[in-house]
Ligand binder design. Sequence first.
Ligand code: F6P
Length: 377
Amino acid sequence: MKKIRKIGIITGGGDCSGLNAVINGITKAAIKKYGLEVVGFTRGYKGLYTNAHRPLGLKSVSGIMHEGGTILKSSNKDNLFNLPIRQSDGTIEYKDVSDEAVQNLKYLGVAALIVIGGDGTLTSARDFYRKGIPVVGVPKTIDNDLPATDVTFGYNTSLETITDALDKIHTTAYSHDRVMVVEVMGRNSGWLALEGGLAGSADVILIPEIPYDINAIVEKVRERDAFGRNFTIIVVSEGAKPKDGKQVIREIVEDSADSVRLGGIGQVLTDQLQKLIPEHEVRHTNLAYIQRGGITSQFDRALGLMFGVNAVDLLMSGGAGRMVQLKGRKITSIPLDEVVGTGKVGETSKGGGKTVDPEGQHVQVAKAIGISFGEIE
Ligand code: F6P
């Protein structure tokens, strides 16, 4: 393998808190420990294709540890192995432009990439590795749905945001005797709703892994009324669905690796509940994108830094084609091939993966303290 003197960083997929901590760790370790040059491609893989990049030095990553988002910007579109290109007649044609990206890397003298992202981004990372580019992956998502790591950075900060929001919603729910429906993100995994709901003392938690019966929610509201607690907090995951019902899809983003965007179940449920419990005012809050931003938590800063520095060590010790992962309290690594996709170049993983076990400890603990999952007892 060619000696590595210059590396590139890419942040892809939906942003989250902790990305800047990873960029900070990679850049500092690359420069201080290995004497490398570092460039950051901007707006995810798009920067690799359009050759949009910036040099990253010790000064450019100074003071960014705590900041949410990514100084490199991100995109959850732009799969360079299947890029939608608008033709002059307005139609869209899909083209594999990965060779152009490889040419850009050669021209810049960038010998290796560290790619930070979720399943779509990491699938492309795997595909670039198969094209001969030394790539190391770093797992990222607020959803905590990547099975190949115990946890991703971004998840903890999102949980802090959800917990803080639930604390605030509690006081207004109490004052007005209201039923409050709070929708959170998570795609097909209920982790954000479950752990956020537990910490924020939700009364009902609805997750994709346990389809709910609306009558059980009404029952829970009435049980609380009878007990003299005339308000109820319901946390609903965007991927939750009723028994024999469907998930609510917000939109289909055609040019995205994972095109389905969930969202809107909170409003649907609120309207349905309002009819069933006219004695209460039912209100809805969608926490939406505030879950992705904000000052990064201590946990995510530390994990981001650990991932970043270990990703450089992995790359420089011949570990290309792998992704750093957290196992217990240790950072180890796993082949990208085992993390993502179905094996064909350009084919992306369908997302999801690490879901909540309906019989698992978290659900058992929640049930033990009387939290309802919308199941008829
Ligand atoms: O995967 C992270 C996530 O925030 C999901 O929880 C959510 O469903 C999705 O991204 C939203 O994507 P977009 O930024 O395209 O609306």
